[in-house]
Design a protein around this ligand. Structure first.
Ligand SMILES: [Fe+2]
Ligand SMILES: [Fe+2]
Length: 262
């Protein structure tokens, strides 16, 4: 079974440089400061790279995206991402990232749920694999302070123990990376609260790995006592570092994980 894991495509508004404050609203206009600082240039061709990933996904049995589909959680960005991912319908599992949950006015943004309604279930099953989702972004996320929270870990532990999943390769999907490439913690304003407990629950529940993104680096940290393996896909469409993981699964285990570059 071949699984393609990518993350953080960050599809952005076409012609974002010409959008006015009035059109974007104050919060999104504030968020474009990051784009102007260089991030926008890094993702000018994000949509084209996402199309390339989708073409590669044709050869995979299943495809996983661990969040941050958009830059500003803007309706147009979601529509573009949705359209690009359409060829993978039926073999795609997506979760939301913090960038997908920037509020609209004072209200939580439900555009992810509107554009990807079929991804609301907590466990997705593919051939021999159970993909268990844990939302670390919450209903509302803000620009700049992008901390995540690993909650409902008791429910995760119970799901991992479920007899219906035994014999399958169990993979936990989160957006926020529970550790860095060197095994240490992330920067406080960018990190995942509850990371240590998540790593332990996943290990005790015999999860083969935690798949994540958020940290824009691609790495694979092996399991250790009381700590599950972590595979981070980084940002799959970022200029100069576009790529994804190709994960082979056999007999309920990860047989290999290989990085592919675009
Ligand atoms: Fe990201
Ligand atoms: Fe993120």
């Amino acid at each position: 079974m071949k699984l393609l894991h990518f993350s953080d495509p960050h599809v952005q508004l076409p012609h974002w440089r010409e959008r006015t404050l009035r059109e974007l609203g104050p919060l999104r206009a504030l968020a474009t400061v990051e784009l102007w600082k260089g991030r926008g240039r890094d993702y000018d061709f994000a949509l084209e790279r996402l199309h390339a990933i989708v073409r590669a996904g044709a050869a995979a049995d299943h495809v996983v995206c661990t969040g941050d589909l958009t830059q500003l959680a803007h309706e147009e960005e979601f529509a573009l991402a949705r359209e690009a991912l359409e060829p993978l319908r039926g073999k795609l599992t997506v979760i939301a990232g913090n960038h997908d949950r920037y509020p609209l006015g004072a209200k939580p943004n439900r555009l992810f749920e509107e554009h990807f309604p079929e991804h609301g279930c907590e466990v997705a099953l593919a051939a021999g694999v159970a993909l268990i989702k844990l939302d670390t972004s919450g209903a509302v996320s803000w620009p700049v302070i992008s901390r995540g929270h690993a909650k409902k870990l008791d429910a995760l532990a119970e799901t991992l123990r479920a007899p219906s999943l035994s014999g399958r390769c169990k993979l936990v999907l989160v957006h926020h990376a529970p550790l860095r490439a060197n095994g240490g913690g992330d920067l406080p304003w960018h990190s995942l609260a509850g990371a240590r407990a998540l790593l332990q629950v996943a290990a005790e529940g015999n999860a083969q790995a935690i798949l994540c993104g958020h940290i824009h680096e691609r790495y694979d940290v092996p399991a250790a006592p009381g700590r599950a393996r972590v595979i981070c896909a980084g940002s799959s469409t970022k200029r100069g570092d576009a790529g994804y993981w190709e994960i082979e699964i056999a007999a309920g285990e990860i047989a290999s994980a290989v990085q592919r570059t675009l």
